[in-house]
Design a protein around this ligand. Structure first.
Ligand SMILES: Cc1cc2nc3c(=O)[nH]c(=O)nc-3n(C[C@H](O)[C@H](O)[C@H](O)COP(=O)(O)OP(=O)(O)OC[C@H]3O[C@@H](n4cnc5c(N)ncnc54)[C@H](O)[C@@H]3O)c2cc1C
Length: 370
């Protein structure tokens, strides 16, 4: 049985832990705050990339696998923990989108049920939408997951598992090395020895690698969101226009997102984003113009150059593994990414071809990158 330390309690760290525990490993998950309070809490939870046709196959493959897996994951978590992550297949409308032809070609190649629909369909599906949209792309089976609940369910499930140790509010984390071999992690003044360490620290993943003289090109990309209160069923589907989207939750809440900002690790919300997101809300769903949002927040996406995550062992550091850099798609890509990581660590046949995600050649020595 392997002893594994995972650094980072977001969706990637927690689902990596669950996969490894299910396979019989012993896992210590360390989180410097509380599990599931960073990007994995802040995200919208659309179980798809926003414009799936724009991405390389490396993203489509993980996204496809995960989309198929989400309903059973949610069901299993709900059974064990009584917390339902509410995976809801309410469909998504891309309104008056300029890339309709590319999107439809992509959908044909991928076998996706994505169709062009006219105004009559649009307003039948979402009567509360602003006037004037003439056509859209529509995919009926696209879902959203209520990610704060997903994180609560994952935390509760991990806490139930005897082979799992959850350490929250950890401080001063650094890697323990012995002649290049990773032997564990030091945190809170103690050494946690392990056969392998997984870095799943989201936007902060580069910090620990920098200590080894390695430059991981994962940068924080801030996203701000608004939350509105509504009646259940008022908004029946997700809608997207000009990069802004509205997502209905089962209890009637509506999320409106999101901004894309390069502001370092600053997670504060801004008046400018509030105004801009409110304008988008009013443009999409005019009734929201009369309402004050009930909440505004920001999260830091783990931005990688092309959005393709790093999943694999770090060259020259046996025992050190990465699962990070999921950028805008960490919630949708998490199930497949974490299954792949576990397959690789446990030397099982990988669920998808691991080549596009390998770390080799994608992480430089710090001196070289300057
Ligand atoms: C506004 C917004 C909207 C989004 N919408 C979507 C969407 O609709 N669909 C989608 O698929 N994705 C979406 N995303 C992206 C998605 O949320 C992220 O890609 C995903 O949550 C990343 O997960 P993670 O576990 O890598 O990072 P995180 O959730 O950030 O978790 C990393 C964890 O590591 C911890 N940590 C960091 N350093 C240390 C350390 N040294 N020691 C211990 N712990 C440490 C942090 O505290 C944190 O809890 C959105 C993101 C944002 C911000």
């Amino acid at each position: 049985m392997q002893d594994i330390v995972i650094v980072g309690g977001g969706v990637i760290g927690c689902l990596s832990a669950l996969n490894l525990l299910d396979a019989g490993a012993r896992v210590t998950l360390i989180e410097r705050q509380q599990v599931g309070r960073e990007a994995s809490w802040a995200g919208g939870g659309i179980v798809s990339p926003l414009y799936p046709w724009r991405y390389p196959p490396a993203i489509s493959v993980l996204s496809d696998w995960s989309q198929g897996y989400y309903p059973s994951l949610a069901e299993r978590l709900a059974q064990f923990t009584s917390i339902d992550p509410e995976v809801t297949a309410c469909g998504l409308l891309w309104l008056d989108h300029a890339e309709q032809d590319e999107a439809l070609d992509w959908a044909t190649r991928q076998g996706k049920p994505l169709h062009r629909v006219d105004a009559e369909f649009i307003y039948r599906q979402v009567p509360v939408l602003a006037e004037g949209y003439r056509s859209a792309l529509w995919q009926a089976d696209l879902a959203n997951v209520r990610n704060p609940r997903l994180m609560a369910a994952l935390r509760a499930r991990l806490a139930q598992m005897p082979a799992c140790r959850l350490l929250e509010n950890t401080a001063d984390t650094r890697l323990l090395l012995d002649q290049g071999q990773v032997r564990g992690v030091h945190c809170n003044g103690q050494n946690l020895s392990a056969d392998a360490v997984v870095l799943a620290a989201g936007a902060w993943s580069g910090d620990l690698l920098a200590g080894l003289g390695l430059a991981l090109p994962v940068q924080p990309v801030k996203g701000q969101m608004l939350l509105y209160r509504g009646e259940p069923g008022w908004l029946r589907s997700m809608v997207l226009s000009d990069g802004r989207y509205a997502i209905p939750r089962r209890d009637g809440h509506i999320l409106l997102g999101s901004t894309l900002e390069h502001a370092g690790f600053d997670k504060s919300t801004t008046e400018q984003a509030l105004e801009s997101l409110r304008a988008s809300a009013a443009q999409l769903l005019p009734a929201l113009a009369q309402q004050q949002p009930v909440r505004q927040w920001a999260g830091l996406r783990p931005g990688s150059p092309d959005g393709v995550p790093y999943i694999g062992e770090v060259p020259d550091y046996p025992g050190l593994w990465l699962n990070t850099g999921h950028f805008r798609n960490g919630l949708v890509l998490a199930p497949a990414s974490c299954r792949l990581l576990a397959d690789l660590m446990l030397r099982r046949p990988p669920v998808v071809d691991p080549t596009p995600y390998q770390v080799e050649g994608r992480v430089q020595r710090l001196a070289e990158s300057q």
